[in-house]
Design a protein around this ligand. Structure first.
Ligand SMILES: [Zn+2]
Length: 403
């Protein structure tokens, strides 16, 4: 697949309506072209992978509230009935975080014998963590939930509703409401948070907890492999707090966790509906980060494109290690990504499949014995040592580089 270095648009900047503060003050700052509409999916054949539906990935920045979003996002291209839970659920480090988070929330909000509702619960893994804290009932609302799902070792009442969250779900009478890694998939977050607020009723004091990826890190590191089609809404601590205050929540507190990759927000419904338009002095700093991101992003992609071309000229075999969304986003974003021979992944479920978009084949490490690589590109620096050792153990002396 041919991709071009993304252009930043200095001209033709039409003001767009921000889907967070709803003011017409957002402008496009980066156009990334067409990308697969699902970066997690792996296909059975190369043909299916290459013809997988694509959508336009564009980034706009709101100069009023700092929200970043894809104005070209088309929800019709996304299958919300599929769970987007990443393979991270198999990572001990990720599970340790979820367990610690559930315990922290249970302690802070005294959840023993309470009813907890989770919006966008996916397979129910986190609800089960919360349940272990001794709650009365846990209810998950998610179009991808399985209503017949029975969680192993469940001691209390967990149930699942296979629907998009709506105002009527306030009838579930939650004592605590949480929503993790869902808001970044919602194209109209103001309307969504308003629905959540209305569902609780005017007199409510139910604690509310939301979690999304933090965008400030993505901007600072120009981590282009963390920008996907499915993620249409990007928040920083300040822009997310501003949205919840605007939609009738108070006591808003944000924090970063999981190596500062995740943004956590706690709040409660406000009784009055006074919309104090607080000063948004953070937006100026953020707009500088956005400008810098645009530059860094293009430099980063151009750099990797040149690296692949040079390696190809020198007759080197380059492979990517990591068949998750980062690896798939990488091969789809970098012009000349087709010069990468294949993607290696240790998960047998992914092997012999093909990455959406470019159609790269996913292979197990054993394949490297017959097709020894000269360069192995590692998608997450955490795994560089582990992968280097694996390669040496196989007698492969390749250059291991972290992206
Ligand atoms: Zn805005």
């Amino acid at each position: 697949m041919e991709t071009a270095i993304p252009e930043s648009r200095a001209t033709d900047r039409k003001a767009l309506v921000c889907q967070s503060c709803e003011k017409p003050e957002a402008r496009v700052f980066l156009e990334l072209g067409e990308v697969p509409t699902n970066s997690m999916v792996l296909l059975d054949t190369k043909e299916k992978a290459v013809s997988y539906p694509k959508g336009k990935l564009t980034l706009a920045f709101c100069e009023s509230c700092g929200f970043i979003f894809n104005p070209d996002f088309d929800p019709a291209l996304v299958d919300y009935s599929q769970s987007y839970e990443s393979s991270q659920a198999f990572s001990p480090r990720f599970n340790e975080f979820a367990e610690r988070l559930a315990k922290g929330l249970a302690d802070e909000y005294d959840l023993a014998d309470k009813t907890c509702v989770e919006i966008g619960c996916g397979g129910g893994d986190f609800l089960q963590q919360v349940e272990l804290q001794g709650i009365k009932a846990g209810i998950g609302v998610d179009p991808a939930a399985d209503p017949d799902h029975r969680v192993e070792n469940s001691t209390t009442n967990l149930s699942f509703i296979r629907e998009f969250f709506a105002e009527e779900h306030g009838n579930l009478n939650p004592d605590f409401l949480c929503c993790r890694h869902t808001l970044e998939h919602v194209p109209d977050p103001a309307a969504f948070v308003r629905t959540v607020r209305r569902s609780l009723g005017e007199e409510s004091s139910v604690p509310v907890f939301f979690e999304v990826p933090d965008t400030l890190r993505v901007l600072k590191e120009a981590a282009f492999w963390d920008v996907y089609y499915e993620h249409c809404s990007y928040f920083t601590p300040e822009s997310m707090a501003a949205l919840f205050e605007q939609e009738g929540f108070t006591g808003v507190r944000t924090e970063l966790d999981f190596d500062d990759q995740y943004l956590l927000l706690h709040c409660k419904p406000a009784r009055s509906t006074s919309h104090a338009d607080s000063s948004k002095s953070y937006v100026r700093d953020l707009s500088e980060d956005v400008e810098a991101f645009s530059e860094k992003y293009r430099a980063h992609i151009a750099g990797w494109s040149k690296f692949l071309a040079d390696a190809n000229d020198a007759g080197k075999r380059v492979v990517v290690w990591g068949g998750g969304s980062k690896g798939v986003a990488f091969v789809n974003s970098v012009p000349g990504g087709d010069l990468i021979d294949f993607i290696v992944d240790i998960n047998p479920a992914k092997q012999s499949k093909f990455a959406a978009g470019t159609g790269h084949r996913i292979v197990g490490p054993d394949e490297l014995r017959t097709a020894a690589p000269d360069v192995v590109l590692v998608m997450n620096p955490i795994y560089v040592d582990e992968i280097s050792e694996t390669l040496l153990g196989m007698g492969i002396h390749a250059e291991v580089r972290s992206v």
